[in-house]
Design a binder for this molecule. Structure first.
Ligand SMILES: Nc1ncnc2c1ncn2[C@@H]1O[C@H](COP(=O)(O)OP(=O)(O)OP(=O)(O)O)[C@@H](O)[C@H]1O
Length: 380
């Protein structure tokens, strides 16, 4: 059941004109807006006044709370750290567009609430939280056997394909990472935070931007360094996720016994030396009879993180590669970031790039390898 909407308390809003990248855009009437609009005070009550006990986590766009509606239904409420100049109407336009994107592998946006400067997004609640909390946790990781990891990888790929090609809009996620993949009760993956670049009024079409939304370690170099984003920068991030799923470690560095090595460098070195199985999570190696399939996933991951943007496959091709084990795969070329030689694991990955490629650049100390979302900075 939906919370009481604002029909009785607000003057009617004008019809909203929907902008769309496709030809299917049109004009949406007031009833559509109102069906998605939640009453602010009811959401506040559902989250117990945005209490700390209900806090699920905090990301680059704001804080997420668990909420329980009067009828007992659970929701996740993202209280946006709103610094955009975007007006109410434009915000509502964008929410309407994003809410229309519905797919089994996307977190469902149920609605929104606006009150003064407050902006809330209301999502379906996913009790198993995010993939990072499983794959990087030594105990929980054991719950993810190869079959499950493979099905999660395929689900993420399908969700991204929908965003890139199959939805009415062409959405480039720009911040794909394991913490943006939520898991439902059946461990079906659902991509979160898609459309945030739209809502925060950063440019959404392919091209150059001076406003970077993304997380170090997952960001394609052309995006991190030059603000150039495309579906292929999402493919790069997807490749990192695939590798992390197989390796069972964050992409910061690879723990090779007592040694720490740069994640992608080690992956590439192992591939070149024909020792790719060294990368595989020992837990998978012990339990699985599908080492060949696991190595194939590493192969696909390496194709996604290739330095040359055009060499990276599209999500459509990746879905095919994942589903058709007999499909021949091209040989990967060197990944991006591989040129780093003297790897210092304490040094954030892109600091080197910042110091060499950005004049003003980022305040380096506040950025870590893959923990921080950069939601808005002027790069050049
Ligand atoms: N719909 C949801 N259901 C359950 N938990 C959620 C939901 N959405 C978010 N969370 C939890 O809240 C945490 C914070 O989410 P949020 O998307 O704000 O941050 P993030 O993904 O960690 O970072 P970023 O903003 O950089 O993407 C997530 O890690 C997840 O555990």
């Amino acid at each position: 059941m939906r919370l009481r909407n604002k029909k009785q308390t607000r003057p009617p809003l004008p019809p909203i004109s929907i902008r769309s990248n496709s030809n299917t855009g049109g004009t949406m009437d007031i009833s559509t807006v109102e069906s998605l609009q939640y009453d602010f005070s009811s959401v506040k009550a559902a989250t117990n006044n945005f209490s700390n006990e209900n806090k699920l986590g905090r990301g680059g766009f704001g804080t997420v709370y668990k909420g329980t509606l009067e009828d007992g239904n659970q929701i996740a409420v993202k209280r946006l750290a709103w610094d955009s100049e975007q007006g109410d109407l434009e915000f509502k336009n964008e929410v309407l567009l994003v809410a229309k994107l519905q797919h089994r592998n996307l977190v469902r946006l149920l609605g929104f609430s606006v009150e003064g400067n407050e902006r809330l997004l209301i999502y379906e609640f996913l009790p198993n939280t995010s993939l990072d909390q499983f794959i990087f946790d030594p105990a929980k990781r054991t719950l993810l056997d190869w079959e499950m990891r493979c099905s999660i990888i395929k689900g993420i790929a399908k969700g991204l394909l929908y965003l890139h090609e199959d939805s009415r809009l062409k959405i480039i996620h720009r911040d794909m990472k394991t913490s943006n993949v939520l898991l439902d009760t059946n461990m079906n993956p659902k991509i979160a935070d898609f459309g945030m670049a739209r809502l925060f009024k950063t440019e959404e079409t392919e091209g150059d931007t001076t406003r970077i939304v993304g997380t170090y370690g997952y960001m394609a170099p052309e995006y991190a360094m030059h603000g150039q984003f495309s579906v292929k920068s999402d493919v790069f991030s997807f490749g990192i996720i695939v590798l992390e799923m197989v390796v069972g470690q964050k992409n910061q560095y690879f723990k090779n016994g007592d040694k720490k090595e740069d994640f992608l460098s080690f992956a590439w070195k192992s591939w070149k030396n024909g020792t790719t199985s060294d990368l595989v999570d020992p837990m998978l190696k012990e339990a699985s009879s599908s080492l060949k399939d696991i190595i194939r996933s590493i192969h696909i991951g390496l194709l996604c993180v290739q330095e040359k943007v055009n060499d990276r496959p599209t999500m459509a091709t990746i879905v095919l590669m994942l589903n058709s084990l007999s499909m021949a795969l091209p040989l990967p070329t060197e990944p991006a970031f591989f040129m780093r030689c003297n790897f210092d694991p304490e040094m954030p990955l892109l600091q080197e790039y910042n110091s060499t490629t950005r004049s003003g650049g980022l305040g380096s100390s506040q950025y870590s390898v893959n923990e921080v979302t950069i939601s808005d900075f002027v790069a050049r």
